[in-house]
Design a protein around this ligand. Structure first.
Ligand code: ATP
Length: 136
Protein backbone atom coordinates (compact mmCIF):
# COMPACT_ATOMS: atom_id res chain seq x y z
CA UNK A 1 0.00 0.00 0.00
CA UNK A 2 1.21 3.50 -0.86
CA UNK A 3 1.88 5.79 2.11
CA UNK A 4 1.82 9.52 1.41
CA UNK A 5 5.31 10.99 1.59
CA UNK A 6 7.03 7.66 1.02
CA UNK A 7 8.46 6.32 -2.23
CA UNK A 8 10.42 3.25 -3.35
CA UNK A 9 14.20 3.50 -3.71
CA UNK A 10 16.45 0.97 -5.43
CA UNK A 11 20.23 1.14 -5.47
CA UNK A 12 22.11 -1.38 -7.53
CA UNK A 13 25.41 -1.94 -9.29
CA UNK A 14 26.23 -4.17 -12.26
CA UNK A 15 26.88 -6.88 -9.66
CA UNK A 16 23.39 -6.74 -8.16
CA UNK A 17 21.09 -4.97 -5.71
CA UNK A 18 22.56 -2.99 -2.80
CA UNK A 19 19.37 -1.58 -1.29
CA UNK A 20 15.67 -1.74 -2.00
CA UNK A 21 13.00 -0.21 0.22
CA UNK A 22 10.68 2.67 1.04
CA UNK A 23 12.13 6.07 1.84
CA UNK A 24 10.94 9.55 2.65
CA UNK A 25 14.13 11.38 1.68
CA UNK A 26 17.18 10.73 -0.47
CA UNK A 27 20.24 12.91 -0.89
CA UNK A 28 22.96 12.28 -3.43
CA UNK A 29 25.95 14.01 -4.95
CA UNK A 30 25.09 14.79 -8.56
CA UNK A 31 27.95 16.03 -10.75
CA UNK A 32 26.45 19.52 -10.67
CA UNK A 33 25.63 19.69 -6.97
CA UNK A 34 23.76 18.08 -4.10
CA UNK A 35 20.35 16.57 -4.87
CA UNK A 36 17.65 16.26 -2.23
CA UNK A 37 14.61 14.19 -3.14
CA UNK A 38 11.25 14.05 -1.39
CA UNK A 39 8.06 12.34 -2.57
CA UNK A 40 6.63 13.97 -5.69
CA UNK A 41 9.99 15.25 -6.92
CA UNK A 42 10.08 16.28 -10.58
CA UNK A 43 11.20 13.40 -12.82
CA UNK A 44 14.90 13.61 -13.71
CA UNK A 45 17.96 11.67 -14.77
CA UNK A 46 21.24 12.86 -13.34
CA UNK A 47 24.85 11.71 -13.38
CA UNK A 48 26.26 11.07 -9.92
CA UNK A 49 29.78 11.92 -8.85
CA UNK A 50 31.67 9.98 -6.19
CA UNK A 51 29.94 10.86 -2.94
CA UNK A 52 27.68 9.89 -0.11
CA UNK A 53 24.14 8.71 -0.76
CA UNK A 54 21.72 9.00 2.16
CA UNK A 55 18.37 7.25 2.27
CA UNK A 56 15.96 8.00 5.10
CA UNK A 57 13.88 4.89 5.73
CA UNK A 58 11.40 4.02 8.49
CA UNK A 59 14.26 2.21 10.25
CA UNK A 60 16.59 5.21 10.16
CA UNK A 61 19.17 6.66 7.86
CA UNK A 62 21.11 4.46 5.49
CA UNK A 63 24.49 5.82 4.39
CA UNK A 64 26.21 4.53 1.28
CA UNK A 65 29.36 5.48 -0.58
CA UNK A 66 28.72 5.69 -4.31
CA UNK A 67 31.62 5.78 -6.77
CA UNK A 68 29.55 7.43 -9.52
CA UNK A 69 26.58 6.43 -11.64
CA UNK A 70 23.13 7.47 -12.71
CA UNK A 71 20.13 8.50 -10.61
CA UNK A 72 16.64 8.49 -12.03
CA UNK A 73 13.51 9.90 -10.43
CA UNK A 74 10.15 9.03 -11.94
CA UNK A 75 6.62 8.29 -10.77
CA UNK A 76 7.78 4.85 -9.58
CA UNK A 77 10.42 6.31 -7.25
CA UNK A 78 14.19 6.66 -7.25
CA UNK A 79 16.55 4.30 -9.05
CA UNK A 80 20.30 4.50 -8.68
CA UNK A 81 22.64 2.51 -10.91
CA UNK A 82 26.09 2.95 -9.42
CA UNK A 83 29.51 1.94 -10.73
CA UNK A 84 30.23 0.85 -7.14
CA UNK A 85 28.24 1.32 -3.94
CA UNK A 86 28.97 0.17 -0.40
CA UNK A 87 26.93 0.51 2.78
CA UNK A 88 28.87 2.51 5.38
CA UNK A 89 29.28 -0.54 7.62
CA UNK A 90 30.77 -2.59 4.76
CA UNK A 91 33.48 -0.08 3.92
CA UNK A 92 37.03 -1.20 4.52
CA UNK A 93 38.47 1.99 6.01
CA UNK A 94 42.09 0.81 5.77
CA UNK A 95 41.64 0.09 2.07
CA UNK A 96 40.02 3.48 1.40
CA UNK A 97 42.74 5.17 3.40
CA UNK A 98 45.45 3.42 1.38
CA UNK A 99 43.64 4.36 -1.88
CA UNK A 100 43.51 7.99 -0.72
CA UNK A 101 47.25 8.03 0.04
CA UNK A 102 48.07 6.37 -3.28
CA UNK A 103 45.95 8.89 -5.21
CA UNK A 104 47.49 11.83 -3.38
CA UNK A 105 51.02 10.65 -4.13
CA UNK A 106 50.12 10.20 -7.84
CA UNK A 107 48.73 13.72 -7.88
CA UNK A 108 52.01 15.04 -6.50
CA UNK A 109 54.00 13.44 -9.33
CA UNK A 110 54.38 15.39 -12.54
CA UNK A 111 53.06 13.90 -15.78
CA UNK A 112 50.10 11.79 -16.82
CA UNK A 113 47.45 10.08 -14.79
CA UNK A 114 46.08 12.99 -12.83
CA UNK A 115 42.52 12.57 -14.06
CA UNK A 116 42.48 8.93 -12.90
CA UNK A 117 44.20 9.79 -9.64
CA UNK A 118 41.71 12.60 -8.99
CA UNK A 119 38.80 10.21 -9.61
CA UNK A 120 40.41 7.59 -7.33
CA UNK A 121 40.88 10.27 -4.65
CA UNK A 122 37.21 11.24 -4.87
CA UNK A 123 36.10 7.61 -4.50
CA UNK A 124 38.37 7.15 -1.49
CA UNK A 125 37.14 10.38 0.14
CA UNK A 126 33.51 9.37 -0.46
CA UNK A 127 34.20 6.02 1.25
CA UNK A 128 35.92 7.64 4.20
CA UNK A 129 33.14 10.19 4.53
CA UNK A 130 30.42 7.51 4.38
CA UNK A 131 32.29 5.45 6.97
CA UNK A 132 32.46 8.58 9.13
CA UNK A 133 36.25 8.76 8.91
CA UNK A 134 37.23 11.80 6.87
CA UNK A 135 40.59 12.24 8.63
CA UNK A 136 42.59 9.18 7.56
P1 ATP B 1 40.91 0.35 -4.64
O1 ATP B 1 42.04 1.12 -5.25
O2 ATP B 1 41.02 0.21 -3.15
O3 ATP B 1 40.62 -0.96 -5.36
P2 ATP B 1 38.87 1.65 -6.20
O4 ATP B 1 38.31 3.03 -6.01
O5 ATP B 1 39.74 1.48 -7.39
O6 ATP B 1 39.59 1.25 -4.84
P3 ATP B 1 36.45 0.60 -7.28
O7 ATP B 1 36.94 0.34 -8.67
O8 ATP B 1 35.60 1.84 -7.08
O9 ATP B 1 37.69 0.61 -6.26
O10 ATP B 1 35.63 -0.64 -6.74
C1 ATP B 1 36.02 -1.99 -7.02
C2 ATP B 1 35.24 -2.89 -6.07
O11 ATP B 1 35.78 -2.83 -4.75
C3 ATP B 1 33.76 -2.51 -5.92
O12 ATP B 1 33.01 -3.70 -5.76
C4 ATP B 1 33.73 -1.69 -4.63
O13 ATP B 1 32.45 -1.78 -4.01
C5 ATP B 1 34.83 -2.35 -3.82
N1 ATP B 1 35.54 -1.43 -2.92
C6 ATP B 1 36.46 -0.51 -3.28
N2 ATP B 1 36.98 0.10 -2.20
C7 ATP B 1 36.34 -0.43 -1.12
C8 ATP B 1 36.43 -0.20 0.30
N3 ATP B 1 37.26 0.70 0.82
N4 ATP B 1 35.64 -0.92 1.11
C9 ATP B 1 34.78 -1.83 0.58
N5 ATP B 1 34.65 -2.10 -0.74
C10 ATP B 1 35.42 -1.40 -1.59
Amino acid sequence: MKRPGWFPVAVRTAEGPVFHGQARFVSARAIDGELGILAGHTPLVSALGAGVLRVVTSEGELTLAVAGGILQVDQDGVNVLASAAERAEDIDVERASAARKRALSHLEEPGQGHVRAQAALERALARLQAAGRTRH
